[in-house]
Write a protein that binds this ligand. Sequence first.
Ligand code: FAD
Length: 85
Amino acid sequence: MELPGPPEPLPAYASVTIIGGGAMGVSTALHLAENGVGSIVVIERDLLGSGSSAKPLGGVRATFSDPGNNRVGATQPRSLRAIRG
Ligand SMILES: Cc1cc2nc3c(=O)[nH]c(=O)nc-3n(C[C@H](O)[C@H](O)[C@H](O)COP(=O)(O)OP(=O)(O)OC[C@H]3O[C@@H](n4cnc5c(N)ncnc54)[C@H](O)[C@@H]3O)c2cc1C
């Protein structure tokens, strides 16, 4: 099946092109823009947030079962402050 093209023509120039409009892609775009980077293009093959980022939207988990995720979970207070604004 052929995927539809973008709803608008892509700009001729971008200083940064981000492939993937999940949490990582849009967060990267946000933080770049907040730090003065312009002409950012996010290219998403489906809908924004339609990948893994859409799946845990029922809540925020702060406990994990493996050492790597435990280390990430230890930063949750910072994440939760960011989410609350
Ligand atoms: C059921 C479930 C529960 C989870 N629970 C937690 C949790 O409690 N806590 C936690 O921290 N994490 C959790 N995660 C993990 C977390 O959701 C992911 O690590 C995170 O969302 C990944 O974000 P991402 O932007 O890297 O990937 P994604 O959200 O998958 O975004 C990638 C995007 O790139 C697009 N894409 C891919 N290839 C191309 C291409 N060639 N061209 C254009 N676009 C492309 C995809 O369509 C997609 O939209 C969970 C994940 C799942 C599935």
